[in-house]
Design a protein around this ligand. Structure first.
Ligand code: 16G
Length: 168
């Protein structure tokens, strides 16, 4: 199949209430033609990623075992465009009894679809999925202005534990 991960992990419990006309599903290799990269470019720089580069990266993510990349997208069924996306990355560990850590990455909702609580929907889905997988912690990075939003889904600042970065 050309789904990034097994869609059966998106049980009705994980999905919750999905509004009429929208589909919440794993990223599909054909989403290159449904505006997936345009959507991501509303979050940060994507650059000129060709179809071949997209497919190659998709396949790398797809073959991780156990799965490490859960890119969950929202498709608007009328326009057949991808209008939302959020990624749960699983980092498999030796620590915590060979547990795993989850990271919420690349959360983006199309500008025309904002204010419909789709970001909330994706957050609930990823948190439920992460719990089912069994992560011992789940983290994300965000702008100051988005802290109150993410607090709604159980995240809080990890006081005394800083996020450091170097960029290349
Ligand atoms: C935000 C995103 C992160 C994304 C980064 C891209 C969330 C919760 N956080 O921090 O996942 O990768 O922006 O920005 O979606 P950058 O291009 O400056 O790294």
């Amino acid at each position: 199949g050309k789904s990034l991960f097994d869609a059966s992990v998106l049980t009705s419990d994980v999905l919750g209430n999905v509004p009429e006309g929208l589909a919440v599903r794993p990223l599909h290799i054909a989403d290159f033609d449904k505006g997936y990269l345009d959507l991501l470019s509303q979050l940060t720089t994507v650059g000129p990623v060709t179809r071949d580069q997209f497919s190659e990266r998709f396949l790398v993510m797809q073959r991780t075992q156990p799965s490490a990349y859960y890119v969950v997208v929202i498709e608007d069924e009328s326009s057949q465009r991808v209008v939302g996306s959020a990624t749960l990355v699983i980092e498999w560990k030796f620590i915590h009894s060979a547990s795993c850590r989850g990271r919420v990455e690349d959360v983006v909702i199309d500008a025309n679809m904002r204010g419909k609580k789709l970001g909330a929907l994706l957050n609930r889905v990823l948190v439920a999925l992460a719990k089912n997988i069994g992560v011992y912690k789940l983290s994300l990075e965000c702008k100051d202005s988005l802290i109150p939003f993410y607090e709604l889904y159980g995240f809080k600042k990890d006081v005394g534990n800083n996020f450091l970065v170097q960029r290349f």
